[in-house]
Design a protein around this ligand. Structure first.
Ligand code: MEV
Length: 322
């Protein structure tokens, strides 16, 4: 039996724009997904017969990545993340499944987090019709603060590169680590709208919008610039400026049509107690994030406004075998 854990993630800046090569900054969060696998007489997922077509991430890892031909597996999943909510639950599931299967097949080989991030990215790309940046999977695998960009970003530590053939052409990204400031009075509070929003559909929607209105690329480029200045503020520990950059990023995300009334309502409920607020992840539902020194107050406001809160510090350990 093997159990592995991979954390979820919160994108502080750069979602959607990163699909077009602009930088994104994400941190891993405390909550994540735990996968336990054990050999069995038949394929079972969560107590039910495993149907590969209903679980593209898991079946891609078993068949295409590991080419697993061993005994059937009983797979159990424990998730502390809201799903289809922008918190990287599918990336954490892929990474956790990849880590567990790696350990089952090669028990003496240590877990290589870069290979794991690549496995996760392949599973995400497969499930998102070829449009997936490595942001979610790299942040969940490596942990801490991760910067993903079409070009290497100054002041960060390069970890690996990733390429992908997307319907819009070949894309490459550089994946780097950034150090997080030693601030112990600032938290992120995620607020789930209760509306699941599949990333693939939101990413395809932005691609269609840009095709209809190429000027929307200006918003994508502006998100890239805001991300760079937000990252510089984060590195200095200037959390007020980080919050300011988050607010500006959200305005641009609104312009590319990925916010929705439920996100706006959670943002209005908490902005007075926040350094900055924005949607996080794919949008269209899913979660907003508040950067705050008053996490309990913000969590209460989210609940009163009908959302579900999740409090985390910025950055946590990456994927691991338990
Ligand atoms: C989803 O968490 C982030 C997006 O930028 C998609 C991606 O990077 O693949 C919307």
């Amino acid at each position: 039996m093997v159990t592995a854990f991979a954390p979820g993630k919160c994108i502080l800046f750069g979602e959607h724009a990163v699909v077009y090569g602009q930088p994104a900054v994400a941190v891993s969060i405390d909550a994540g997904v735990e996968v336990t696998i054990r050999e069995s007489n038949s394929w079972i997922l969560e107590g039910m017969p495993f149907e590969p077509s209903r679980h593209p991430h898991i079946s891609h890892i078993i068949d295409d990545i590991f080419d697993y031909t061993g005994r059937p597996l009983k797979i159990d999943i424990k998730s502390g993340l809201f799903s289809a909510a922008g918190l990287g639950s599918s990336a954490a599931l892929s990474n956790s499944m990849g880590a567990a299967l790696h350990h089952l097949v090669n028990p003496d080989e240590p877990l290589d987090l870069i290979s794991l991030a690549r496995i996760g990215h392949s599973a995400e790309a497969n499930a998102q019709k070829g449009r997936a940046s490595p942001t979610d999977t790299a942040t969940s695998a490596l942990g801490g603060c991760v910067v993903v960009s079409g070009e290497r970003v100054k002041g960060t530590q390069h970890v690996f590169d990733a390429t992908l053939e997307t319907p819009e052409g070949s894309r490459s990204w550089s994946i780097c680590r950034a150090s997080l400031p030693q601030v112990d009075d600032t938290w992120i509070v995620l607020g789930f709208t209760g509306i699941g929003s599949p990333t693939g559909r939101m990413v395809a929607g932005v691609a269609e919008l840009i095709e209809r209105d190429p000027q929307k690329m200006d918003d994508i480029r502006a998100i890239g610039e805001i991300t760079s200045s937000g990252l510089a503020s984060l590195s200095k520990g200037d959390m007020e400026s980080v919050g300011f950059a988050m607010n500006s990023c959200h305005e641009k995300l609104r312009n590319i049509g990925v916010s929705c009334p439920e996100i706006e309502s959670l943002i209005s409920a908490v902005e007075n107690h926040s350094l900055g607020t924005k949607l996080t992840g794919a949008g269209g539902g899913g979660c907003m994030v508040s950067l705050t020194r008053h996490p309990r107050r913000v969590a209460e406001c989210i609940e009163i406004a009908g959302g579900k809160p999740l409090v985390s510090k910025l950055g946590s350990e990456g994927a691991r075998i338990l």
